[in-house]
Ligand binder design. Structure first.
Ligand SMILES: [Mg+2]
Ligand SMILES: [Zn+2]
Length: 176
């Protein structure tokens, strides 16, 4: 089987503006460079996955159904750009539940690996805006790309404020 490189994407603060418990699809705002960056990654043959902590469900700020509606809207928008997400994983739990999926836990990634043995881990990346994203990526061996306006005080492979720049770096890095 031909192995395929993949990019794992955080959602809030990475793909869309972090609205602090976004609770309606009308509030979705894509961050700068996301559309162009995702199109570029697709053109270069990357599979795309979303792995997102959504503790707003567990905290009672919005329901599971609303979380699904928002995700559905994001997938529709991306579809109109010619971009598809292979699989989206969400952790709806409250932090106090101490589940294994909430990042920096790795269960969301493991579920994806289990269903997608075609993923080439050695050429796969995590793009996120928080330390939690980078720690989970480190645990499972993804290269760590941080979206940040300044240098982080934790370990990453690359950081940039701009998603399109992150996508270009990933492509160059994944070339054999
Ligand atoms: Mg985030
Ligand atoms: Zn969870």
């Amino acid at each position: 089987m031909a192995l395929i490189p993949a990019v794992f994407l955080d959602r809030d603060g990475t793909i869309i503006e972090d609205k602090h418990y976004l609770n309606t699809p009308e509030q979705i705002r894509y961050l700068k460079g996301v559309r162009e960056g995702l199109v570029l990654l697709k053109q270069h043959g990357f599979e795309l996955f979303v792995v997102s902590n959504q503790s707003g469900v567990g905290r009672g700020y919005f329901g599971f159904e609303m979380m699904r509606r928002i995700n559905r809207q994001i997938e529709l928008d991306m579809h109109s750009w010619g971009v598809s997400i292979t699989q989206s994983e969400f952790c709806p739990h409250h932090p106090n539940e101490r589940c294994g999926c909430r990042k920096p836990g790795t269960a969301m990634f493991e579920r994806i690996f289990h269903l997608h043995p075609e993923i080439d881990l050695s050429r796969s990346f995590m793009v996120g805006d928080s330390k939690r994203d980078m720690v989970s990526a480190e645990k499972i061996g993804l290269k760590k790309v941080l979206l940040s306006t300044g240098p982080p005080n934790f370990d990453v492979d690359y950081w940039t404020p701009d998603f399109f720049d992150a996508a270009r770096w990933i492509i160059q890095k994944a070339m054999p």
